[in-house]
Write a protein that binds this ligand. Structure first.
Ligand SMILES: N[C@@H](CCC[C@H](N)C(=O)O)C(=O)O
Length: 279
């Protein structure tokens, strides 16, 4: 038996595995991740967050100035560089356990480098803002669902995204069922891609759906919301420091692109259960 927790950020849900010294799980297998994330036979989740000290995490955390490393896995067992909702839940767990001081910025090592968390009012249970770093706008590409194809902006948030805008008057349902992955250009995305579909709700306000690489359609994606904000701000010709509201099926995130080109993402994070498992 070993300990686990269950948490979510805007209903993007995760199984957390405390493994501070990397002695509990060793090389966490894809099979174990799939078993944990199974919504009928397991605990259920869009992914797994292994909570390990950076000093014990090996090459993935090497050279990063942070005490903790977020070892993120998609529900199919694959590895991703970064998870925006996950890193807030990761921070919430550390704060609840007294493993970090929420009154000061908290650096967390990830496969996409260090992300710094700030807790609102310095409170362990406050909303969390994450400095997601500088986005890379790569190129215009295309995605398709069934017979329909959309132009899409390739935005790299440490992990790959394709952002497609639905037409005026269309609803998010018009993107189709998303029970299967949208098709994309494998030359643009040799490691696969997270695909976001966007509709406008008003000035500085959009709504989105996402099909995540390795997890299918989820109720929220933090890095995806950041990519959507970047694509929308560019389309709008918005000035830096304009905040956008991004509505997702599981909740709302607020995203700002700062004058020094960094993306700040603010949103909730919740731990809902803890226990032990032999999965
Ligand atoms: N839901 C996450 C992103 C998780 C990783 C993604 N599926 C990938 O493979 O890149 C988020 O909140 O950012």
């Amino acid at each position: 038996m070993y300990p686990f927790l269950k948490g979510h950020g805007t209903e993007n849900d995760f199984v957390l595995l405390p493994d501070p010294d990397a002695t509990v799980h060793g090389e966490l297998s894809a099979e174990r991740v799939r078993a944990l994330c199974d919504r009928r036979a397991g605990i259920g989740g869009d992914g797994v967050l292994r909570v390990v000290r950076a000093a014990a995490a090996g090459a993935a955390a090497a050279g990063q100035d942070a005490e903790w490393f977020m070892d993120y896995r998609n529900s199919d067992g694959s590895v991703s560089e970064m998870c925006g909702n996950g890193v807030r839940v990761f921070g919430r767990h550390l704060a609840r356990q007294g493993l970090i001081d929420p009154s000061a910025p908290v650096p967390v090592a990830t496969r996409a480098g260090v992300k710094v968390l700030t807790f609102a009012d310095g409170a362990a249970d406050g909303e969390i803002t994450v400095d997601m770093g500088i986005p890379k706008v790569v190129e215009v590409t295309a995605v398709a669902v069934g017979e329909r194809t959309w132009p899409a902006l390739h935005v790299d948030m440490g992990n790959p995204h394709a952002v497609a805008f639905l037409g005026d008057g269309e609803d998010l349902a018009d993107a189709g069922p998303l029970t299967e992955a949208p098709t994309y250009d494998p030359a643009a995305y040799p490691e696969g891609v997270n695909v976001e579909f966007v509709v406008r709700r008003g000035p500085g306000h959009v709504a989105m759906r996402v099909h995540e690489r390795g997890s299918g359609e989820t109720r929220s994606c933090g890095t995806g919301a950041c990519a959507v904000m970047v694509a929308t701000a560019l389309a709008d010709g918005a000035a830096r420091d304009t905040a956008y509201r991004i509505d997702l099926p599981g909740g709302t995130l607020r995203i700002t692109w700062t004058t020094d080109d960094r993306i700040l993402m603010t949103g909730p994070a919740v731990v809902v259960a803890e226990g032990t498992t032999d999965l």
